[in-house]
Design a protein around this ligand. Structure first.
Ligand code: 4G4
Length: 228
C-alpha cells in the first residue's frame, strides 16, 4: 500500500518513516510513504502557495492551483488514488474506517495549514474529508500520521504476528488487562487464572474483563457494537 502525502513540512514524516512498526513495514516494502512538497508546485518566485481570504479576515488560505497540480501529478502514477483531506470538518476517524481504507492500494493525504484550503479543491479534487477528533491542531500533518499508523497497522503482514486481531476495537470492545513478570510486585499480584494454564478459563476471564471495562469506560462504543 502506498501513501502519498502533500505537505509544507515533509520532514515531520521522519517520525513515522524512521521509527516503529510503520518504519519496519516500509523497509520490508509492504508500505511506502512518499512526501510531496507543495511549494514545488508554486507558480511564483517566492514559492508562496497561500493568499488572503476573499471577504477579508485574519489568516491565509491555501490556493487551488498548486494543490490541484500536485494531485494531478500524483494521479499520473496512481490514477485510482483516494484523496483524503485532513480537517476538523471531516468524518470522525475510527477503527472501522481504518480497516476499510487498509484494503486500498494508494491513498493521498492532503495536509492543510493556515486557515485551510480553497473550498473549490474540496468540491473537485477531494474524495473524502476525515477528522481525527473534535479539536484543532496547527496542521494536518499529525492527523495524516495518525491515519498512516492506524491504517498501516491493519494492512495484513505489517504486524508480523496476529496482534492486531486482539487490539481494542477489533471485536468492538476494549482490550482486557495485561500482566507480565514478576508475579508479584509491591504487594500487587497477577490474577490467579492467568497462571492456571487453562486456556478456556483464561479466555472466559479476558472476555468478561473486556465487557466490564467497556461498560465502565466506554458505554458509547458498547451501544455501537452491531454497527461494526
Ligand atoms: C484544515 C482546515 C485536522 C486543516 C483548517 C487538521 C484538526 C484536524 C487544518 C486547519 C487540523 C482534525 C489549521 C484549523 C489543520 N486540525 N481534527 N488543522 N486548521 O482532524
Amino acid at each position: 500500500m502506498k501513501f502519498e502525502v502533500i505537505t509544507l513540512f515533509p520532514d515531520m514524516f521522519k517520525a513515522i518513516k524512521e521509527e516503529g512498526v510503520i518504519a519496519r513495514a516500509i523497509n520490508k516494502s509492504i508500505l511506502s510513504i512518499n512526501t510531496w512538497q507543495l511549494r514545488d508546485f508554486s507558480d511564483n518566485k517566492h514559492n508562496n502557495i497561500d493568499d488572503k481570504p476573499y471577504g477579508g479576515g485574519a489568516g491565509m488560505v491555501m490556493q487551488v492551483k498548486p494543490i490541484r497540480d500536485c494531485i494531478n501529478k500524483i494521479k499520473q502514477a496512481n490514477p485510482n488514488t483516494k484523496v483524503i483531506y485532513l480537517s476538523p470538518q471531516g468524518e470522525k476517524f475510527n477503527h472501522k474506517i481504518a480497516n476499510k481504507l487498509s484494503n486500498i492500494d494508494s491513498i493521498t493525504l492532503l495536509c492543510g495549514r493556515y486557515e485551510g484550503i480553497d473550498e473549490r479543491v474540496i468540491e473537485k479534487d477531494i474524495d473524502m474529508e476525515i477528522s481525527i477528533g473534535d479539536y484543532i491542531i496547527s496542521g494536518g500533518e499529525l492527523a495524516a500520521m495518525v491515519l498512516i499508523d492506524a491504517i498501516g497497522r491493519q494492512v495484513s503482514e505489517v504486524l508480523g504476528n496476529k496482534d492486531s486481531l486482539n487490539d481494542s476495537f477489533t471485536n468492538g470492545l476494549l482490550n482486557f488487562p495485561q500482566y507480565t513478570r514478576p508475579q508479584q510486585i509491591d504487594g500487587q499480584k497477577v490474577p490467579e487464572v492467568l497462571l492456571s494454564g487453562n486456556t478456556a478459563s483464561i479466555n472466559h476471564w479476558r472476555l468478561q474483563q473486556s465487557i466490564k471495562r467497556t461498560k465502565q469506560k466506554r458505554k458509547d462504543i458498547l451501544a455501537l457494537k452491531d454497527e461494526k
